[in-house]
Design a binder for this molecule. Structure first.
Ligand code: CDP
Ligand code: MG
Length: 134
């Protein structure tokens, strides 16, 4: 069994997609073992996204993720990291496959509905950061 970190981002929470996203997660076979609806602090957000600190979109990314409530969740399942990344779809919703969370629920590249860990190292790091808020 593997675990991965999921965040339902402020656009999706504001648009009322939380339950629909969680239905898709559960029907894909993943189990939601922790969940918390909260505001992230700027400190947590900057640390969480630090791999992107040198990117031109970093400040916008941090401002957006703290701009509204998010739902932070730990998902568990067989190959949970890969399986949830594939359910999410491509980063840019214009490139996301039909039926994926980003195709169905994202507004744009920056407001793309969901986050998911991209490797076992990221999952461990991200779950450790978010453990403080559960
Ligand atoms: O979220 P994902 O792992 O698919 O993509 P990422 O490359 O780790 O980028 C993190 C987040 O930054 C994305 O989910 C986008 O919301 C945002 N981003 C952006 O606003 N502009 C870009 N050119 C690339 C990413
Ligand atoms: Mg990423």
């Amino acid at each position: 069994m593997e675990t991965t970190l999921c965040i339902i981002k402020p656009d999706a929470v504001k648009n009322g997609f939380e339950d629909k996203i969680n239905e898709k997660i559960i029907s894909s076979g993943l189990k939601i073992i922790k969940t918390k609806k909260t505001f992230l602090t700027e400190e947590i957000a900057r640390n969480f996204y630090k791999e992107h600190a040198s990117k031109p979109f970093f400040n916008e990314l941090v401002e957006f993720i703290i701009s509204g409530e998010v739902v932070v969740q730990v998902l568990e399942g067989e190959s949970a990291i890969k399986s949830y990344r594939s359910l999410m779809g491509a980063t840019n919703p214009d490139e996301a496959e039909e039926g994926t969370l980003r195709k169905l629920f994202a507004e744009s590249l920056s407001k793309n509905a969901v986050h998911g860990s991209d490797s076992s190292e990221s999952a461990a790091r991200e779950i450790a950061i978010m453990d403080k808020i559960f």
